[in-house]
Design a protein around this ligand. Sequence first.
Ligand code: SAM
Ligand code: DTB
Ligand code: SF4
Length: 319
Amino acid sequence: MPDSHIFTNLRWSREDVAALLALPFPELMYRAQTVHRENFDPARVQISTLLSIKTGGCPEDCGYCPQAAGVETGTKASRLMAVEAVLAEARAAKEKGAARFCMGAAWRSPKDHDLEHVCDMIEGVKALGLETCVTLGMLTAPQTARLKEAGLDYYNHNLDTSPEYYGKVITTRTYQDRLDTLANVRDAGINVCCGGIVGMGEDESDRAGLIATLANLPQPPESVPINALVAVEGTPLAKAEPIDAIDFVRVVAAARITMPKSYVRLSAGREAMSDEAQALCFLAGANSIFHGEKLLTTKNASVNHDEALFARLGIQPEA
Ligand code: SAM
Ligand code: DTB
Ligand code: SF4
């Protein structure tokens, strides 16, 4: 890959990952399941719940995102939520079986006084016995140290796509900016949650480039969200061709094989996915989902539907 010089120790070349994605499907699934069973109980899936703690009005121009200030999507912008309101949502999520509570803010990067409120939220959510995750945009080293001090377990910051396709989707910050934030998070001793989005018009080679970049980070992310684009009317990617379900499963399998010890999250896009496609994702090694009626601003698969799906598949939430 073009920027391979930044990695001292390439674990997976882009060609290796492209070859995985191109395997006959039964072979790919066999390899993914073998790796999955060596590292995880295949009948357990981790449950996370999302909450948008600050919605819309974001100065960035991510082409997929309904929260960018430059697009008219009908998403209502709001200020940072009050700590008590966030804790009420976290309590409800815990009652519905969530193990981790993820809070997202539509910021380019947090202001230090806002970060203090987020730290109060983290402390409160942790006190409820939930794991904490936040996604707040770019972070400096002192900001990651502050989050660590507040007890943050995971920071979500996605690479979104391959280094080559990235500039077609986002122009207001660079791939390197994202890698720098990820390095700050890692250095602070916070677990890294980092993945991407497929179905944005990228090709197979871009998918391979995303997975290879993730797998070659100095330490692979502990959690790897694979999102299928939720195409929102009004965003530049509203008319993107949806990814074929089998191709989506292939990306999940490649993530599983290349990052054997990471949780691979079947993230956005489940609402539009059949039960059968989701079942294949679990077989391919996905072992985490977002549970709850809403993602950040868009609809998620319903709670009742998920309960029925887990029952059909004999899958249990991870304790
Ligand atoms: N503003 C912060 C940032 O971008 O780092 C945090 C929130 S942002 C909404 C978190 C992630 O959600 C993005 O990196 C992107 O991967 C994902 N995302 C946003 N809109 C999406 C969509 N329409 N479909 C799928 N994933 C999406
Ligand atoms: C991630 O990879 N997916 C989540 C979470 N990290 C923050 C966000 C999905 C957002 C989908 C579009 C929306 O609801 O606004
Ligand atoms: Fe802003 Fe994050 Fe949406 Fe990009 S993905 S526009 S940074 S909220």
